[in-house]
Design a protein around this ligand. Sequence first.
Ligand SMILES: Cc1cc2nc3c(=O)[nH]c(=O)nc-3n(C[C@H](O)[C@H](O)[C@H](O)COP(=O)(O)O)c2cc1C
Length: 200
Amino acid sequence: MKLTLLNGSPRGEKSNSQVMLKWLSDGYGEELPILNINTVQKHKAAILASLDADIIYMAIPLYFDSMPGQVMKFFEELSQYKVQLNGKKIGFLVHSGFPEGYHSYALRAVLESIADELGMEHLRTVIRGGSEGTRLMPENFQKKEAKAIRQIGKAIKSGHDILMMYLIHLLSLFTCQRQNRYRLSFLACLVSRMHTGIHC
Ligand SMILES: Cc1cc2nc3c(=O)[nH]c(=O)nc-3n(C[C@H](O)[C@H](O)[C@H](O)COP(=O)(O)O)c2cc1C
């Protein structure tokens, strides 16, 4: 099973997306190249790697409530290869500066329809709020977030449900809180929304 990792951030290698994809790659258990698509010159290599893969996984930061322009351009180029992409899998980690996941719901819907349009099987979209600072903070300060994102890599490798694995490990963030109400509200949200794939 060949996995191609694509970084949708205009910041390229110096981005939060890069750090998160590195965590994901650790969880997958292989040091995978992370391909940036922040300039059109890099798109050809990313398209070739995508056509060669069984699964494409993209980290996409929310910019102005949408995807960065370069990512949109990349999809336009990728859509010329629908025949070759048919039946391959694609998944997304959408993350935002605002902490609430709902800012990313519209983008998630757009990405799901793009996956359909490309004839690809859509793996569930993971949404992470409050991602700014990921690249600046030492990993020691964000161990649990890193662990949760590693689960995405593990889930891709093992064929388990990506969102379920991510959320279960993210729960450990809350179990260290003293206030039970946080735990309870998170659990209620998790149970009620799990089937829709919404991360709260
Ligand atoms: C130009 C720009 C626009 C942004 N727009 C939004 C936005 O609409 N909503 C939001 O929650 N965060 C927004 N952010 C914050 C980014 O989503 C956040 O900082 C993210 O971690 C950037 O990831 P990256 O380093 O991988 O690019 C924006 C950031 C920039 C630089």
